[in-house]
Design a protein around this ligand. Structure first.
Ligand code: ADP
Ligand code: MG
Length: 780
């Protein structure tokens, strides 16, 4: 598509918008003279529709405008993107005459009579609203108990869908407390009345061939789906043809229908089969805008970057690099997945652009080794590395683990006799004593410290580096975007003259690949999809009864006798960390006196002093304690291979990701392990979550279940801002669309990095992202 638009410099193109006010005020695009500027991009742009208040539509008055505003609908674009929640197939409803008592069915019928309940002080028993309904083939009674408002909702003449079980009462059919969907309000309603209509709105009840869209409505507004349908009919008429931002070859490649048809078919499908192609097209647009923004962002970061080309050779000529020494000196054989990840990362580090990579891998996959490898590449070229972890327990564990893995490695140091000195790893947390902290700060500034491991304490201002070359963030979901950026910014230094360190973020809460593409679409991604060999699977049991629970405690005892260790995770308690600590303490005391009497128990919670926590952890690691009773402070990273049992109390209170993380604390050695989920809950949600935990230990599979249960909102979380919400796209259902949107976005941005030749896309993107983001993406 070429576009001979004047002044197409990739800016916001005020010239293109210039014809707008005229078209808007006159309110009928077919009357406005064909402006030459739009000739190349015919059709309505979303931006134009976003500038039209709904009240310009001739069947929407002030009152209806207010009601729509309750639903967050202010512009014509808002209205057009208020998509149906579902559809009622008017061709497949059960005729009342053919239904028998006991059938459960959907019936589309008109209210013929309403018996208002007697009200006032003499009323006794439950309130009762009774309707007579008919669908032209037959009739039925409908009775509502304790829903007096139904009388107001369903006055005579209302057309509604009634879903429920048909019973018989005194020889006549009746439905009790059915689900109701009002399809058309009774009589002519306010400003709808002057709408000429196409006749379909007044079809006889039960008329065939009609699909009724059902829209999300609000409790407050007095709107019905049928009124929204009428507003939309007007909006669609008024919009006319939509501008098409997607070039034809992409559409045919991905089998997407054009936008005009998509907007019509989603709101006014002639058949049920027309809905899905429409939804797919509009869902694609949502995902495509998101991918465009992410890909542009990635580009932008790259073009602003001042990266370091890290060297892959060793610091000492003729000797293997630190990376090679490290990899060959590991106490185990790295898995192929670990090797591949290290290779990909080393390539990134050697390149001119700073790395932005996400390392995904299931719990226990061995990400730490890969992280250390990345940091070593920086160190062997004379730079420093930093590893940030979300908790003290984890930071300490990393410190001790990494230090022992790096034991024996040296870096060049001309000030020493041998010309080398041992590689120095340091730990910094909020509890590092002041004197040591001062020494540490000095070491970081003069380069005497090679690797810094720690918590949020790394972010404080007086942490300054000589030359920060690589940053790893473990359990990245525990940190905010700004915190990641703050650590990275330390590479540039106070004077801004340094470089941008390479960044590796790690996550142990896997999310499905396509979801990751949406959430982390501005990062490269590596997945460790293989566990180290020799892990024996964890047997997970959902203990629902007292007997099951007794079995769990029995397992703890037998494992301890066999020389192993156990975790007990205390219930999540709402309220403060202090309340939770108290409850954990009580549980600790109770278990010591009852189920686990005679075993050596330790307690760990967030309110303990750091030194206490440390000594409990150390005792547990060393085997001086058999059982660790803990809150979720042990959720991330804790690595004690001798632990073979975990008991999680009130397991239904935890989410899937959290349960999976917790369970990952066992099964780290070569002995078989068990995880017991204590819960008597019978809620369907609990059933789904705990059932999935019993069924599989595969984090990616669980991530899918989680996505299904919780929807995308939680995954997208804070990454989603502005109006870029996914209204139609589903990360679970539309994986193919995510991949296609990504492919198109990458290809388009590669050819046209500023979208100068794709102005319609740029304009649309600006509409859906916030101003700061737009400023960043399109600044030249
Ligand atoms: P996670 O990916 O959950 O962070 P870790 O890096 O903590 O996993 O590794 C889990 C455990 O597996 C550690 O005890 C680690 O030493 C061990 N490990 C890592 N890689 C291997 C391997 N290739 N073979 C055997 N054990 C390994
Ligand atoms: Mg880890």
């Amino acid at each position: 598509m070429t576009k001979p638009v004047a002044g197409s410099s990739g800016k916001a193109a005020p010239g293109v918008g210039a014809e707008e006010p005229g078209a808007r005020e006159s309110g009928a695009q077919e009357r406005s003279p064909a402006a030459p500027a739009t000739a190349a991009i015919p059709g309505r742009k979303l931006r134009q529709l976003a500038e039209l208040p709904v009240t310009v539509l001739k069947n929407i008055g002030t009152a209806s405008g207010k009601e729509l505003a309750e639903l967050g609908i202010e512009t014509v674009l808002d209205l057009l993107t208020h998509y149906p929640r579902r559809y009622i197939d008017g061709t497949r409803l059960a005729p009342l005459s053919e239904l028998a008592g006991g059938d459960t069915a959907s019936v589309l019928a008109t209210v013929r009579r309403v018996n208002r309940p007697p009200s006032g002080r003499y009323r006794r028993g439950p309130s009762r609203v009774e309707l007579d309904i008919t669908d032209g083939t037959g009739g039925s009674k409908v009775v509502f108990f304790n829903q007096t408002w139904r009388a107001k909702q369903l006055p005579v003449g209302t057309l509604a869908l009634f879903f429920g079980k048909l019973g018989t009462y005194r020889d006549s059919r009746q439905m009790v407390n059915p689900t109701v969907e009002v399809v058309r309000a009774a009589g002519g309603v306010d400003d709808d009345a002057d709408e000429p209509g196409d006749g379909s709105g007044t079809d006889d009840v039960g008329a065939s061939g009609r699909i009724y869209p059902v829209y999300p409505l609000s409790e407050k507004a007095d709107l019905t789906s049928i009124r929204i349908t009428r507003f939309l009919a007007e909006a669609l008429k008024r919009a006319g043809d939509f501008a098409e931002p997607l070039q034809a070859h992409w559409r045919s490649r991905f089998k997407l229908i054009d936008r005009t048809q998509a907007f019509h078919d989603i709101h006014q499908p002639a058949t049920m089969a027309e809905r899905e192609p429409a939804r797919r097209r509009l869902a694609f647009d949502e995902l495509f805008r998101l991918q465009l923004a992410l890909v542009l962002r990635q580009r932008r970061l790259e073009s602003d970057a001042r990266g370091i080309r890290h060297v892959l050779d060793g610091p000492v000529k003729g000797e293997p690099s630190l990376l090679d020494q490290f990899m060959t000196g590991l106490p185990f054989e790295p898995t192929n997945a670990q090797r591949a990840a290290v290779e990909a990362i080393a390539d990134d580090l050697a390149g001119p652009l700073p790395m932005h990579r996400l390392l995904q891998g299931d719990v226990g996959a061995g990400k730490t080794v890969v992280a250390v490898a990345a940091l070593l590449v920086a160190v062997q070229g004379g730079h420093q590395g930093a590893l940030m972890a979300p908790t003290e327990v984890l930071a300490e564990q990393h410190f001790f683990g990494v230090r022992s893995l790096l034991d024996g490695l040296s870096v060049p140091d001309p000030t020493t006799l041998e010309g080398v000195r041992p590689l120095r790893v340091a730990l910094l947390t909020s509890k590092t004593p002041a004197a040591e902290r001062t020494r540490l700060h000095q070491g970081l500034r003069d380069g005497g410290v090679d690797l810094l491991i720690g918590t949020h304490a790394l972010l404080t201002d007086d942490v300054r580096f000589h030359s920060l070359g690589a940053v790893v963030i473990d359990e990245q979901h525990r940190f905010g975007v700004e915190q990641r950026a703050a650590l990275k910014a330390k590479g540039r230094g106070d004077d801004g003259r340094g470089a941008d360190p390479d960044l590796l973020v790690m996550t142990a809460t896997p999310i499905p690949r396509t979801a990751a593409m949406v959430v982390f679409g501005d990062l490269d991604m590596t997945t460790i999809d293989e566990l180290p060999p020799g892990r024996t699977p964890i047997t997970t049991e959902w203990a629902r009864t007292a007997m099951d629970e007794a079995g769990a405690w029995e397992r703890v005892r037998t494992e301890v006798v066999a020389g192993h260790r156990a975790f007990v995770v205390c219930p999540l308690v709402d309220g403060s960390e202090r309340v939770e600590a108290t409850s954990a303490t009580e549980e600790f005391v109770r278990l010591q006196a009852e189920e686990l009497k005679g075993l050596r128990l330790g307690l760990l919670h967030g309110q303990m002093r750091p030194s206490e926590k440390e000594s409990v952890m150390a005792d547990f690691r060393a085997g001086a304690l058999d059982v660790l009773v803990a809150t979720t402070v042990i959720e991330v990273g804790v690595d004690v291979p001798e632990a073979t049992v975990m008991v999680i109390e009130d397991a239904d209170r935890f989410g899937i990701a959290q349960l999976h993380q917790l369970r990952g604390r066992v099964g780290r050695g070569s002995d078989p392990s068990w995880c017991y989920l204590l819960s008597e809950s019978q809620a369907p949600e609990a059933e789904a979550r705990l059932g999935a935990m019993e069924r599989t230990t595969d984090g990616f599979e669980l991530a899918d279940v989680d996505l299904e249960l919780r929807g995308e909102g939680t995954i997208l979380g804070a990454r989603q801002k502005g109006r870029s919400d996914l209204k139609l796209a589903s990360l679970l259902r539309d994986r193919d669309l995510v991949l296609q949107a990504r492919e198109a976005a990458v290809s388009i941005v590669a050819d046209d990095p500023q979208l100068g030749d794709n102005q319609l896309l740029e304009e649309e993107l600006r509409l859906f992202i916030d101003d700061d983001e737009a400023e960043f993406l399109f600044k030249s």
